[in-house]
Write a protein that binds this ligand. Structure first.
Ligand code: AHR
Length: 307
């Protein structure tokens, strides 16, 4: 479909390969790096020509990349939308050009579901809920208020919105669990560190940190230690992802619980790209399989952790 074809998507690259244009969120976290690697490796494995763009966490860059892919007449477009809203126009352009779109990892809030073929990714609400449920159980014997601070992911992103929601729903079961501060650390280590420093200055009694990903939790560890507190003991820490560094912190007793979010979406994405290109029906929603980890479970799983 690339090069000199002017017939719209659907007739393969110069060497007959299926051409997939992928717009990645950025390189903000260990999770994202593992996700990018998974996609690149799976494309090579599947014999798919991958055009890859890193949007550096900016929606305008993603829209630009998608428009480029439309212009190049790629066969299939896939992307992980940095935020949930504002995609209707560009998705309509892809649809009008006859190029099927697959959402991976993160969702869009478009009312018109015909703008994309399927959404492959985690259930972020569930990840938040599992985190909250663990906390309810862990603090069931605590007396007095349990003060929680929350490091949110990128503002407006599906994982930040959904994890916040699932966690809030779960901890509502116990009125002594109170979120006293909640702010975005943009899913980065630097963001997590900086916002945690502010939290520690503003709030003398912090019992729990809920970070929407491992990287922000890892950044926060530095702030907590610098404030003379012991992470995992003075402050209970819950994160999401379960990348290697996060799992190491959990095994070392610095984190207390991780809800897994799998970045290994590459093989399923390539499979879906082939199917939608062939005009096959695919399920509108494909959920990633995930688990949770305690400190003991992290010690066991760590030696075999690939990312
Ligand atoms: O969309 C998935 C989230 O994005 C991951 O949990 C986070 O680490 C990443 O930046």
């Amino acid at each position: 479909a690339c090069g000199n074809s002017d017939t719209g998507g659907g007739d393969g690259g110069d060497d007959g390969k299926l051409v997939l244009g992928f717009s990645q969120v950025g390189a903000e976290s260990g999770w994202r790096t593992a996700n990018t690697n998974s996609i690149k490796e799976a494309a090579a494995e599947a014999g798919i020509e991958l055009k890859f763009d890193d949007a550096q966490q900016k929606q305008e860059n993603q829209i630009k990349a998608i428009r480029n892919y439309i212009q190049q007449k790629v066969d299939v477009i896939a992307f992980s939308p940095v935020v949930e809203s504002g995609w209707d126009t560009v998705l309509k352009e892809a649809k009008d050009a006859g190029i099927p779109v697959i959402l991976t990892d993160r969702a869009v809030d478009s009312a018109d579901k015909s703008l994309y073929k399927t959404f492959l990714g985690s259930d972020f609400v569930k990840e938040g809920r599992l985190s909250g449920e663990w906390l309810v159980e862990n603090k069931k014997d605590a007396t007095g208020d349990v003060n929680i601070v929350e490091l949110q992911g990128t503002t407006g992103s599906a994982p930040a919105n959904d994890r916040k929601k699932g966690f809030a729903e779960a901890i509502a079961a116990d009125p002594k669990l109170k979120v006293i501060a909640s702010q975005s650390g943009d899913f980065t280590r630097a963001g997590g560190k900086q916002v945690m420093e502010q939290f520690l200055k503003a709030h003398p009694k912090i019992d729990v940190l809920f970070a929407h990903n491992d990287d922000m939790g890892l950044g926060a560890l530095e702030a907590i230690t610098a404030a003379g507190k012991e992470p995992g003991k003075d402050i209970t820490i819950i994160t999401i992802d379960a990348v290697k560094d996060g799992m190491q912190a959990l095994a070392d007793g610095k984190f207390n619980f991780i809800a897994e979010c799998s970045p290994l979406l590459g093989p399923q994405l390539m499979d879906l790209a082939k199917k939608v290109h062939a005009g096959e029906e695919v399920p509108p929603r494909i959920e990633t399989e995930e688990t949770t980890f305690t400190q003991e479970q992290a010690k066991e799983a760590l030696p075999n952790r690939k990312y």
